[in-house]
Design a binder for this molecule. Structure first.
Ligand code: B12
Ligand code: SF4
Length: 456
């Protein structure tokens, strides 16, 4: 079969990221099939480029990777779903080949996206086993009902198979097929992706990550991970590696063994990861620092304990404070993401969180007003949520000048394409929040108070 792999993602904030999941899926396709990557990230006219490349390749199957369904508050709600609808129309107008869709964005609301986009098939969650099984089913026209998490239409009705009995064993998984990645990702952004494990055992209220990866942690061998890191270090134009694990330090023992392996092999490639305050201690902070960690992103979410409890984060503001103290002591810059105005949170709760952030004074904080994934499909819900978002954005706007190291994507404060471009032109790579402030010892400690008067 001739398989067209279409990566629809065009988001370049904070970086353009390789279609990592689709590259993993590509590596699972049996050799006998031919494949072509159609990556729309850098195309001026994505629909025209898609049509032209499909016409030329004449595929027997079109496989779309849908990474994002929203851009989580960069500028409110953008309708990425509409864009995918247009891509679907282009595909239908160009080829008779069946269409399958998958990816992290798709996995978050698969049934709704099947109904909205009307591809022939969809697979939610990790797909390195399901996709080759699907190819076999397509060739023989049987066995569709045995493929875990497969969605399909029969007589116009949406059918969904149950999940597979087991998650994929990461130790046996081939590496992603990076030969299919557009060189402009590294040439223009210089950042690569690396996965050390899948699954997060925690149960934070809103979180979609366990839907995509499952709750069962599946780790790779430290030596194998660092082999891949060394391979990336040898690639031209790769200046930074992002460890894409939902949470790098759960389990903590695994994170420590990966760091030890990096130290033993003298890793010099800077890297960033997601860290949870629950699995963090002095030994890990020290190992991360020695292993080349350039910064950690912490999903702190709220600075008010009742909200953390409602979000079922499993940690308290004290855990956040402890983590920050270690970050300072071991000089690992900490970037905390705060989601302001989550469901059940009122404006007073938001103010309490902001007071906490001012008091904590982390290396930087990314402040975002909560956007519900279903807003992409429900305009009424989107309208209701917008009022609180606007109020939150007003108070952030009032305070932004006093805290120049805060990043506020919706206001384009320290999070704007032009700024990022300039920083990159100056040779700065990696998550750009890492360049917003001086490192710990030199850091001016400017204790400020929050201006709590949001304009009406
Ligand atoms: C790491 C990460 C980041 C890093 C990426 C760094 C890097 N260099 O790669 C950073 C911080 C930059 C980032 C930014 C953003 N991210 Co992000 N990110 C993630 C995270 C944690 C992992 C992504 C990843 O690489 N996974 C590993 C790969 C191997 O898995 P995968 O992509 O899911 O692929 C598997 C399956 O989905 C499937 N699959 C994939 N493609 C296809 C195609 C077909 C045809 C099939 C059948 C199957 C299939 O099989 C793959 C292999 O098993 C996910 C959450 C998560 N746990 O999944 C969010 C996630 C993907 N991000 C998300 C979002 C929204 C964003 C941002 C828009 C904004 C933001 N605030 O986070 C930006 C956009 C960046 C961009 N350019 O697109 C959302 C997307 C869904 C949604 N709600 O819209 C997610 C799911 C988190 C969430 N909020 O729910 N992100
Ligand atoms: S720790 Fe992070 S990935 Fe895990 S459930 Fe909570 S928010 Fe999601």
């Amino acid at each position: 079969m001739r398989i067209a792999l279409v990566s629809g993602n065009r988001e370049k904030l904070p970086d353009a990221v390789i279609p990592f999941g689709l590259l993993y899926v590509a590596a699972s396709i049996p050799e006998k099939h031919s494949r072509k990557m159609i990556d729309l990230c850098f195309e001026d006219d994505p629909k025209a480029a898609l049509a032209a490349q499909l016409r030329e390749f004449e595929p027997d199957l079109v496989a779309i990777g849908m990474r994002n369904i929203q851009n989580t508050d960069y500028s409110g709600m953008t309708n990425i779903v509409n864009y995918y609808r247009e891509l679907m129309n282009t595909i239908r107008d160009t080829t008779q080949a069946p269409v399958i869709i998958g990816g992290s964005g798709f996995s978050v609301i698969p049934s709704e996206l099947m109904e909205t986009l009307r591809p022939d098939f969809g697979i939610s969650g990790e797909s390195e086993e399901a996709f080759p099984a699907f190819l076999m089913a397509l060739e023989t026209n049987e066995g569709f009902d045995k493929i875990g998490n497969l969605f399909r239409f029969e007589d116009g009705l949406l059918l969904k198979n149950p999940p597979p009995p087991d998650f994929i064993d990461m130790r046996t998984l081939p590496r992603p097929d990076r030969s299919l990645a557009d060189p402009r990702y590294s040439e223009q952004f210089g950042i690569e992706s690396l996965q050390t494990k899948r699954g997060c055992p925690l149960q934070c209220d809103y979180c979609t990550y366990p839907i995509i990866e499952g709750r069962v942690g599946r780790t790779r061998e430290a030596a194998d991970i660092v082999d891949e890191l060394e391979f990336l270090s040898g690639q031209p134009n790769v200046h930074h590696v992002f460890i894409v694990d939902s949470v790098f330090n759960l389990p903590r023992t695994h994170a420590k063994s990966v760091c030890r392996e990096m130290i033993d092999r003298g890793n010099t490639m800077p890297w960033t990861c997601y860290i949870n305050p629950l699995g963090f201690d002095a030994e890990l902070a020290s190992l991360m620092q020695r292993a080349g960690c350039a910064g950690m992103e912490v999903g702190s979410d709220s600075g008010y304990d009742p909200v953390l409890k409602r979000l079922r984060k499993g940690f308290t503001t004290q855990h956040i404070r402890d983590l920050h103290a270690l970050a300072l002591e071991y000089d690992v810059p900490d970037c905390h993401t705060f989601l302001l105005g989550t469901p059940s949170e009122d404006f007073d709760d938001v103010l309490r969180s902001l007071e906490f952030i001012v008091d904590l004074d982390p290396f930087t904080a990314i402040l975002m007003a909560w956007v519900d994934d279903y807003e992409a499909l429900d305009p009424e819900l989107a309208k209701r949520r917008l009022a609180l978002r606007e109020k939150i954005h007003r108070i952030l706007d009032d305070n932004k000048n006093d805290f120049p190291w805060w990043a506020i994507p919706a206001l384009e404060v320290n999070y704007a394409p032009e700024l990022f471009k300039t920083l990159r032109e100056h040779g700065l790579h990696g998550p750009l929040w890492q360049h917003l402030r001086g490192r710990a010892p030199a850091r001016a400690h400017r204790r400020k108070r929050l201006r709590a008067t949001a304009k009406p």
